[in-house]
Design a binder for this molecule. Sequence first.
Ligand SMILES: C[S@@+](CC[C@H](N)C(=O)[O-])C[C@H]1O[C@@H](n2cnc3c(N)ncnc32)[C@H](O)[C@@H]1O
Length: 337
Amino acid sequence: MRWIGTANRGYSPYAIEELRRLLDGGTFSQLAAGETFLFEAASDKQDVRELIAAKPPIFLRHVQPVEQELEIKGDESDLSGLAAIVYDNKERLAGKNVSVHVRKGPVSNFVYTPAETKDALRPSFEALDSELVLQQPELIFAVYAAADKLYAGIGTPDEMLSDWPGGAIRFQREEGQISRAKFKLLEAEKTFGLDLSAYRSALDIGAAPGGWTSLLLERGLQVTAIDPAELHESLKGHPKLAYLKRNASEVKFGSNAFDLLVCDMSWSPMQMVKLVLELQQSLMPQATAIITIKLMHRKPLQTIREVIAKLEACFKVERAKQLFHNREEITLFLIKK
Ligand SMILES: C[S@@+](CC[C@H](N)C(=O)[O-])C[C@H]1O[C@@H](n2cnc3c(N)ncnc32)[C@H](O)[C@@H]1O
């Protein structure tokens, strides 16, 4: 059984390393340098899905089964070939809400855009009484156009690790949005299944210019924001915001003051761990922490292992994941023990 895996640009070698360990081997070949790869696992489809679900790899953003493949001809017969695959799978697809995700590699003989492909396939889905939807599909019909082959497969959003093509989740930029960093916390909220509005009192360390703080305030939390840099003007004076224009290492809080800690500083991982461990007494038992960990040097998997080993003294590590909006970093979701 073959699959297509996708990681953030430059991180596929680490996703491959994680998969090799998880699946006890496998063969891997590159489709888009540093980003997308084809792999074949010895285990069957269900086993691969269960192994990935039980221990989701940090750097694997998206995974698509390859159930059928077509030689690309570069003309309309490519679209009729895909329509035939839809028909072949009529029992699985009939009556379902389906998203069609089409991605193209950097070089491909496939001449159609994702939108054109979707339009061409629409009648095939309509004939099965399937509804084509953009969000919250029951099933995804995924197609990856490599140089000379089309790889197609069907799965649920959970099985593919995302309901966005290739896991490239997009949020609408809002009018007056303070920072791009806000997308990271929005994505963490969705990916980790958090309900931020269920928390009461958050500590945001490295808060400026204030994207994360603004989201926490929108969710109705009391926020204490720490940063020697200025918070955005639009936040100042917010009745639920306490802003301390200070260095994080200078501040101390009472016990059990916060049920949420968020921390998005571009610090070295070990400095970050030290800071978070020093702050732990100010967190309530079972408090959540969302922390970005900068990947400074060439061995991210080793760095992450060391960071997690240290944090486990006080926290249960629920997830470690490189989100689509993370650049040279990953995000940790922790629960205080
Ligand atoms: C990536 S930005 C944070 C962006 C923020 N999450 C947002 O949504 O706008 C990192 C911030 O960490 C702050 N920072 C760096 N060192 C710090 C320290 N010792 N104490 C507190 N904040 C610090 C920087 O001033 C910077 O504003």
